[in-house]
Design a protein around this ligand. Structure first.
Ligand code: ADP
Ligand code: UDP
Length: 239
């Protein structure tokens, strides 16, 4: 599969056309950003880890009946995916309070919820990804009611599969962000990535952070944390 014209360069990945109009190639970079691009840096080896981790986790989702954009890993940093029209919603699931939730509602991090929460933000960098609810998403015609319902169902299903897998690895899944897209026939599929850039992952015993918060909060040991979480995945992932 040939990489043709670049269609997009984002903060963490580049997206290329291919000779198949229904397929894109995603190329993962080591660039790291936080706070809507205000903080910039490099996490050496991150692109390779995020590519390989995303693909293994996407394969688990497919196995669990959740359709995804994943087609084939092409190299350490490159993956062939189904081209989608991204639904401009960042879908955030939380099992434990952290980050913007803790800040917004004035609570400490680490409160374990009785049931997971879901929230949406409008994927729009110029506006700083503002929080919105289903009524707002429908008013803005970002998705239909049926699409929002499908997205919610898939997002909670992803949470169950991910939580169980990370628990086997001695890792607590605190929260994460998903993106969904539409294939040319309108089918909703899970797209983008599932990685330490987009999930909060804590060691189950020590609560040590094994994710991008080490970069956001200048905690040090960023590369080591990414390597550690990848090793945990590899040693518990059968295939
Ligand atoms: P950002 O746009 O937030 O800076 P990235 O650097 O990760 O993010 O860029 C990758 C872009 O590709 C994102 O905007 C994401 O929504 C988009 N994307 C992910 N998967 C697909 C896909 N299968 N088809 C089309 N676009 C995709
Ligand atoms: N997240 C993400 N991209 C974003 C915003 C959030 O991947 O643009 C992820 C983040 O890594 C965390 C979860 O979504 O796992 C919840 O993030 P939160 O709303 O707490 O925001 P933050 O603290 O990152 O500002």
């Amino acid at each position: 599969m040939q990489k043709l014209e670049q269609v997009y360069e984002g903060k963490a990945k580049k997206v290329f056309q291919t000779d198949d109009p229904e397929l894109y190639i995603v190329d993962y970079k080591d660039d790291a950003t936080a706070f809507n691009g205000l903080k910039k840096g490099t996490i050496v080896g991150k692109g390779v880890i995020n590519n390989q981790m995303t693909n293994r986790l996407m394969a688990k989702m497919e196995k669990a009946g959740i359709p995804t954009h994943f087609v084939k890993e092409l190299s350490q940093r490159e993956t062939l995916v189904k081209k989608v029209s991204i639904v401009p919603l960042e879908v955030i699931i939380r099992n434990i309070s952290a980050g913007s939730f803790a800040k917004r509602y004035g609570v400490e991090e680490g409160i374990v919820f009785d049931a997971p929460t879901i929230e949406f933000s409008y994927k729009n960098d110029d506006l700083g990804d503002p929080l919105l609810n289903t009524y707002h998403a429908l008013a803005l015609k970002l998705a239909t009611r049926e699409e929002v319902e499908t997205i919610e169902k898939y997002a909670f299903a992803v949470n169950e599969v991910l939580k169980a897998f990370w628990a086997e690895c001695g890792v607590t899944l605190v929260d994460f962000k998903l993106e969904f897209g539409k294939l040319s026939d309108g089918t909703i599929v899970l797209a983008d990535e599932i990685s330490p850039d987009t999930c909060r992952l804590w060691d189950s015993k020590t609560h040590e952070k094994l994710d991008k918060d080490r970069f956001r909060r200048d905690l040090g040991g960023v590369e080591d944390a990414y390597a550690e979480i990848m090793n945990r995945l590899l040693s518990h992932d059968a295939d």
